[in-house]
Structure formats: structure tokens, C-alpha cells
Design a protein around this ligand. Sequence first.
Ligand code: G3H
Length: 541
Amino acid sequence: MIDAEYLKQLFPRENEIPEEHRLRAPVHQRAYLIDGTLRTWNGRSQPVLSPICVRKNGSLEQVEIGSYPQAGEAEAEEALAAAVDAYDSGRGTWPTMSVAERIACMQNFTKQMIARKRDIVSLIMWEIGKSLPDSEKEFDRTVDYIRATIEALKEQDNNNSRFIIVEGTIGQIRRTPLGVVLCMGPYNYPLNETFATLIPALIMGNTVVFKPPKFGALLFHPLLEAFRSAFPKGVLNTVYGRGATVVPQLLGSGKVNVLTLIGSSKVADHLKKLHPKVHRLRAILGLDAKNAAVVLPDADIELAAKECLLGSLSFNGQRCTALKMLIVHQSIAEPFLRRFTEGLGKLKVGMPWEKDVSITPLPELGKVAYLTECVEDAKKKGARVVNEGGGVSCKTFFYPAVVYPISDGMKLYREEQFGPVVPVMPFEDLETALEYVITSEHGQQVSIFGSSPEQIGSLVDPLVNQVCRVNINCQCQRGPDVFPFTGRKDSAEGTLSVTDALRSFSIRSMIAAKQTDASTQLLDTIVQEHKSKFINTRFIF
Ligand code: G3H
């Protein structure tokens, strides 16, 4: 029976944690990186509690795995000043460095990062409760992303390594940095999603102020030395502490040129407005989403249930791309729910290091209470939990709840639950499903399950104008990382992918000259004698 006691017993006693999965030691981070120096923090620290609890004398305690600096406005200001100096109005070492040299720095960084894989993976697992294979996958995917970014930049730069002549004007066009980037990542993919913006921002020649997420901050500690030694001083600066304390002043200074944030649209709106000249601030944002799956009457129920299960409950539903509403045709709702809940019942619940585990403890304090509130609200308004044990919780564990039938007016109808609750809504008329997507504040992705070419085809046409990816007979997801990742409405601003991110963090700039003998002679000499980093025809291999 799945009850609170069952969940409680899944937490280990201290001595039951397998030796190979223990943290080597708690990480009491005192170092922070500003202007090329690892400074020592002597002020207040933020303790880090793992979502993993241990059983002790009959009760449960979250394991304290370390602490990090709770810096304030003064340190944030210093970090910003260092980034501004390193950019030096575009004259700094980093923004004027050749692309090949910047790539070499990034390769050096990657090498150092790979050497710290074990520590970083272990911290991902302990800080946010992600399963060990998924934590490893997050690390490996991030390294692949960096390598792909380097290759994409080479290609982009090589394509621009030539002059063009149009209407008697000679031009050379290249992509140039934007300035100082404020980078903030999310807790669910603390390494991968952060680096999906940080790496392209850096490699394009911008300087960065980086604030790690609240959960998933310690895992950057093993990388501080690599950040320090791989890049010129001031190119990457860290800011620790409460976002509400340190971030507003950074934007209010008017010195941040790019805000990149994976988080909520509410926070993003608030921050953007703090910039004194909003038009000067470029924003690259990955925001809220409530991706729906529409399961049509002729869908392969087996396949739909399997994909919806993966889509809604991978990493406990804590993915921005997760399926957060299942809209199922009422003629198949019963068999669909049966297969879905059967599959759910087989998901292993346990500690992140356990083999084949799927459901793990949640990092966000208050999340269990919020999810319970959502389920209770739906129950009060006529829905029920259709799976055994659904909604049972114990400390940081929340056993997934499938809630049916969801209707307008319930919290789960519109709110992004971002956790292991699966709202299911029946529909009769396809228009109802379409209306749900159209009237949503979100516009990231949708999944449709069905087999009629006619029906799928006619659904895709309006849906591609509502969201930015329509997944056919498969769950929503971001990857492969070369595909454009973006959204409409409250879901995103700008586009990320290996190549799009390089564009997002840069702007085209060019030289232009009249096609005269004097100009061609001048440009030729600049190229032959390597007088400019910008005007050149070098090929990066
Ligand atoms: O949280 C949002 C992530 O980018 C989702 O990535 O779809 O590959 O899990 P994923």
C-alpha cells in the first residue's frame, strides 16, 4: 500500500547510503569569482539542504550537503563592474580576441570541466534529487552542447571569412558581441540549461555576470577554478545570494546589455522593466509552459499512454517541456487512464542512485504543499485521483497523482504545476482541445496522438501558429539541441539551439568601403599583414 509510511521507509538511514554514492564531503563553498580572482567569503552563508532525507530516531531530516555565500548588493556591484571593465566598451581582451582564440579558451574550459565530472554529477544528484543516470546524462549532454557550439561557431565564422561586393561596395559581415550578459539558470537543469545560454554568450565575446540557481548552486563550485583559469579576468563573474536582493540593482544600473533567464515570465517581466532603457536590453528567455497532449480517438493507446507517462513524469514532471495537461477523447479516456495508471504503478520510487528509479524526492520547499493544494482543489470541484496512492506525500516525496476529470476553474486547468501531478481532461469535440491551446497564456509545445493523416494534418496547421513545436505521437521535449527551442506568449523570448543561441547572443556588424583601388589596396594590406581581428579571411579548422 502506498501511504506516507511507505514513502518514509524509502528514505535511507545514514549508514544505508551506498558508499559510492555519498558526497565525498559537504561542500561549504566560500569562494566566489570576481575579476579573475577567487575571493574568500566571510559573511553569512546559505545552507544547502538536499531533497534526500535520512531516517533518524523515527523522523526524517533533509541532509545538509553544504553551504554557499549569501552575498549582497556590494558583491553584485563588484561582479558587474568587473564584467563592464572586461568588456571595456568592446575594447577588452575578450571581445576583441579572434574567434579561434576564444574557441581555444573554451576548449581549455571543457577539458577542465570533464575532469570534474564525478563531483558535478554527484552534486546534481544530491542538490536536486535527479536520478544518477539523468544527472550523468545532463552532464554529458552539456559537454556535447559545448562541442557542438564550438563547431557551429567555426562554421559561422568561416562562412563570414570573406568579402562580398554589392553595387560597388565591399563589405565584410561578422557577428559581434553585445556587451555584458546577466545569466540565470533554472534548478531543474541547473547545468545544462544554464550552459545553454552561458556558453554561447561567452564564446561570442560577451562578458558575463552569472547567478547560479537557488537549488543547484553548489554544483558550479567545482567549476570555479576552470572559469578563472580558462578565460581572461573579468570575463565571467559569479553572484551568489538571494535573487531579490542582488538582481534588481544589476538591471537598474543600465549596464546589463543582455538578460538571459530560464525561469518565470513574472520574474522576467519585473526584471526587464528595471532597466532604465528597456530598448537597450536584449532578453533571451525560457519561461513558463503548460504543454498539452491531445489524444485523439484513433490514437494508439499503448503508445500514447507510454509517451504521456514519460512526458508528464520524467524527472518528477519538473521539466519546462513536460506534458502538464492531458486532453483525451472521452471515447478512449477509460482505456487510456487504465494503461497510464498501470504504467505509473510500475515506476520505481526511491533514492536517485537506485537502479531504474523514476520518482525521486523534490528539491523545492513548499512544492509538496502546493501540489497537495492543487489536487485538493480539483477534488473539491468534482475531480478524483484515479491511481492508487496518488497524492500521498511524506516530507520531500510526493507520489504522482493522476487527476480526472479536470475542467475549467480548477487550479490544475491552467496553473503550471511543475511537479508529479497529471491533470487529465476529457473532450468530445476537437474544438474544445484546440480552444484550450488557443486560450492558454503559454505557447511552447503540444503533442498530438492519432493515426488519421487528415486529422493530424488539419490539427497541425492551426497548432503551429499557437506553439513552436507540434510533436506527433511523441512527448514534448527540447532535444535534439540543434532544433530551435522557443515559445510564444508567456513561454519564451528569443530562440535557443546550438546555432540560434550564437545569433541570440551577438549582433551582425560589418565594414563597408567603396570599391576603389585605394580601398581594395588598403583592405588587402590589412588582411595580408593581419592588422585586424575583424577584417580577415582566415579559416578555422
Ligand atoms: O526544462 C526544460 C528543459 O529544457 C527540457 O529539456 O525536454 O530535453 O527534458 P528536455
